[in-house]
Ligand binder design. Sequence first.
Ligand code: ZN
Ligand code: FE
Ligand code: FE
Ligand code: ZN
Length: 289
Amino acid sequence: MFSPLFSVMFCRYHWPMMFSAVPDYHMHTPRCNHATGSMRDYADVAIRHGLREIGISDHSPMPDGFDAEWRMQSDELDNYWQELETTRNYGKERGLKVRRALEIDFRSDQLAYTRSLIAQYPWDYVTGSVHYLGDWGFDNPDARQEWEHWSLQDAWVAYFDAVAASAESGLFDIIAHPDLMKKHGHCQPDDAQVEAAETRMLTAIRDAGCCLEISSAGLRKPVAEIYPRAAMIEHAAAMGIPFAYGSDAHAPQDVGHAMQDCLACLHRCGVRHIACFEQRQRTMMDFTR
Ligand code: ZN
Ligand code: FE
Ligand code: FE
Ligand code: ZN
């Protein structure tokens, strides 16, 4: 279809660093007990890689000691906020915007707690995640045996419905890694009910005015694929849902990981803009300029 000359130009245009650096809005700190490096270390890597903006979004506390070993505790929040402010000033002096955020596990039985958590500080954005179906932490490798009790189809429908509910809560600006269920290789089956659930989820995200995260973290997991898969990116793009990029870095060297690949995926689906947040106000940045 393309002449060889066109192909060559096309490739040269695409490589390397075809797109402007965009904000990386998903990274963690050692407070969650499964990440390394200080916020300053993350900021330093971002600056070294030419990023202009990042957002720190560590795993939020949950009530009643739920899943305590994978997140900060509520008495660490003040200290978390202070380090965010310190890092924000550190970045400001070096041309890096540092946004203050949380990644919150959505649970419909914890709505009041989540609401008060969000109201406590002036976050720049709040990311909603689903890592649990009931008490099953399905993305935890130690909980893999639970798959014996689920069909692939039921698990995916339940997962998409949970993510839809998270969007419908109206609490979140960004919906993280929207097909996390595939992390260990349990990929989305080709199934009418699963597809209908995906459509319900994307409709809820669109109607709630949330962004969908495109995350490079899946590339570093057994599934070895961006979250979400290409078909969902296409589907969401066609529905006009805005995207935000995140590396889900749990170590400083992962900041900005595969950003260009993620942007190329979006670009292939006709997307040219990516979300930026400040004080929970969204603006869109053209990443092709
Ligand atoms: Zn984590
Ligand atoms: Fe997550
Ligand atoms: Fe995360
Ligand atoms: Zn994550």
